[in-house]
Design a protein. Structure first.
Length: 501
């Protein structure tokens, strides 16, 4: 999944994790005997010995050279992390960043430990101090996921002041994270859009407009295009097709430059599928298979391999190649550490099987999730959508309505699932009411998603399977009550792409 999506995405949920304490570099050193001895003890995982050796120097820091002292604190921080003494690690980190010579590692740990302790304001204070000390590159080497998770946590806490401070840092064009994934997914765009919302709310319209004008990537621009406040700053509609064409060129260049980044390859695939260039997409991904199947070819292979095969499966789906689609998804469905299947890929396969009018196959696919722990609320709604629609295809309306009852009871988890199940059970009035309810919702995301669901897209590839419920959906979309509700919120919308943003 993508890391840098607007708040509400599943990837943004969860606690702000402590950074993993990396062992300080044990390359050539001119350190004194005590530091060399501490290095050796650290390498042997003997943190008690490290503490014994370094305690006298830490007690009298003036006895050490500045570079040695920085090294001493790095080792001490790492040992404190290994022994899970977060208070001591925090104290060492705060002393380290007060030194005239201080490593990137110490800055990282001081910020990360503050965030982990939910002291987000203190962590942002440290970032400000680091930048004031001219350590911009140190900020660029921090794992962006710490920063984005901290931002999301601040949003959840309602700490608008500190969230705005952090967004201002991330939205600055000078923030250029070294992380390849952050470059591919345009974390700067993500931050600029959120910061522009803050500026607009504060009445700083010109500053907000400047922020929005710097956004280039499709993922964020598609969000801006359907945010009434932000889109008004642009002075006209967004040509999303032109945005995707530009992204395709950018992602091709990133894929060539970062040859070990599988995520860059899957981003190119996203762009090609949005443009409806499925044969080119399949050829592009197929050409990468020899490297994909070679262990160690990609630095992000462990995380991204399932999504490579998922991307290829989507190309096969849109060109009507059922067996190839199933084979690709099964190849990508590598078991989790607990032996359970990859729930996202299972749910994708089941949904595709419903569209192929293969309900028995879909139900068999969903059975593989039986007893699997940890499925998210959104995942549960996807399960019931495919399960209920497969049941309806088999004329089991009682079973389909049971899934609909679940969806209605959990509608806030995914209102679109209710609409989909109402269509599957054949209740046009209820499906129309669901669309209208979503269009009138005060939640921006819910309303935007309904507008997108009812938008007019380019014609699908004629080889793509036609859902058994497609004609019913078209009929409901054209109902006067649905059309009136859509017009009341600025629709209908024409999007010159093949898939929803």
């Amino acid at each position: 999944m993508r890391y840098f999506l607007f708040p509400g995405a599943a990837a943004m949920l969860g606690a702000v994790a402590s950074p993993v304490a990396a062992a300080p570099d044990d390359g050539p050193s001119n350190s004194g005997p005590a530091v060399l001895a501490a290095n050796k003890a650290f390498a042997n995982h003997d943190c008690a010995q490290v503490a014994s050796i370094l305690a006298p120097i830490i007690a009298l820091p003036s006895t050490a050279e500045p570079a040695d002292l920085s090294r001493i604190y790095d080792i001490s921080i790492s040992c404190a992390m290994q022994t899970k003494d977060m208070a001591k690690a925090t104290d060492f980190a705060k002393h380290a960043i007060a030194l005239p010579e201080v490593s990137d590692f110490a800055w990282h740990m001081a910020i990360g430990l503050s965030f982990d302790a939910k002291d987000f304001g203190g962590g942002i204070d440290i970032i400000d101090r680091m930048l004031a000390d001219g350590r911009r590159e140190t900020l660029n080497t921090i794992d962006p996921r710490w920063l984005v998770r901290a931002q999301f946590a601040l949003q959840q806490m309602g700490d608008d002041a500190n969230e705005t401070r952090l967004l201002a840092i991330l939205a600055d064009p000078a923030y250029d994270p070294a992380d390849v994934q952050a470059q591919i997914e345009s974390i700067g765009d993500y931050a600029r859009a959120l910061y522009a919302r803050k500026l607009l709310a504060a009445g700083k319209r010109d500053e907000a407009r400047a922020m929005v004008s710097d956004i280039k990537g499709y993922e964020t621009m598609a969000q801006v295009a359907f945010d009434p406040g932000l889109s008004a700053l642009l002075g006209g509609p967004v040509d999303l097709r032109a945005v995707v064409e530009a992204d395709l060129a950018r992602h091709r260049a990133l894929s060539a430059h970062y040859s070990r980044a599988l995520s860059a390859i899957t981003e190119v695939s996203f762009d090609l599928r949005r443009l409806g260039r499925y044969d080119e997409d399949i050829a592009f991904l197929t050409a990468a298979i020899p490297d994909v199947e070679k262990p160690g070819s990609f630095g992000d292979g462990d995380d991204k391999l399932p999504w490579f095969w998922n991307a290829l499966a989507y190309g096969y789906f849109m060109t009507g190649k059922y067996d190839a689609m199933v084979a690709a998804l099964k190849k990508g469905n590598r078991p989790n550490k607990d032996g359970s299947p990859n729930g996202d890929l299972v749910l994708n396969l089941a949904g595709y099987q419903v569209d192929f009018d293969r309900p028995k196959d879909a139900l068999a696919t969903l059975d593989t999730l039986s007893g699997v722990p940890g499925i998210t609320p959104g995942g549960s709604m996807r399960f019931h959508l495919s399960h209920g629609c497969a049941a309806a295809e088999l004329a089991d309306l009682k079973g389909a309505r049971a899934d609909l009852a679940y969806a209605l009871a959990h509608e806030k988890d995914d209102p679109a699932t209710v609409t989909g199940l109402e269509l599957c059970v054949g209740d046009d009035d209820a499906a129309a009411a669901s669309y209208i309810r979503r269009l009138k919702d005060t939640n921006h995301e819910t309303r935007k998603n309904a507008i997108l669901a009812l938008a007019d897209y380019d014609s699908l590839d004629p080889r793509a399977p036609k859902s058994p419920f497609a004609d019913r959906e078209k009929r409901v979309r054209k109902r006067p009550d649905v059309v009136a509700a859509l017009r009341a919120v600025g629709g209908p919308v024409r999007i010159h792409l093949q898939v929803e943003p």
